[in-house]
Design a protein around this ligand. Sequence first.
Ligand code: GDP
Ligand code: MG
Length: 162
Amino acid sequence: MNPVIALVGRPNVGKSTLFNQLTRSRDAIVADFPGLTRDRQYGNGQLGNKPFTVIDTGGITGDEQGIDAAMAEQSLLAIDEADIVLFLVDARAGLTPTDMSIANHLRINRKKTWLVVNKVDGLQEDIATAEFHELGLGETWPIAASHGRNVTQLIDIVLAPF
Ligand code: GDP
Ligand code: MG
């Protein structure tokens, strides 16, 4: 089976933009959970000769109730299904309390997690990533999903063990 990469993080950090970059909408299918508009979405990508599956999620707001609770549930299911978790944060928004609570969950999860700092276009990478070290998830990986900056390099590294 192909390695599975889950994209998790707050809404609006750029998960779907990265998903589209990685899959180029090829074979994108929407998970079959009727009634939910913010389901997990599965797509296939390939880097060199390595195929992989990527799961986009609706995002975790930090105070989930009602439909939002289901949305967060999708993120937890995606993490369970994944071999690799890419936790996206937003360099422009900066570190938020919700990022902190997602990080707390990911730290106790045993899945290999990569802290991806998105939207670094026009920013200096070391400055843009500095505050996110506080999340305690180790090294930060700056990208600009909408520009494709550092995206291939990141996927190459996360797929290396597979
Ligand atoms: P999601 O809610 O996490 O799926 O986020 P989206 O992929 O929908 O992106 C949210 C917003 O951030 C959109 O307006 C994107 O165009 C923008 N965005 C995504 N990636 C980047 C990036 O690398 N740089 C900048 N400047 N904006 C981005
Ligand atoms: Mg999205």
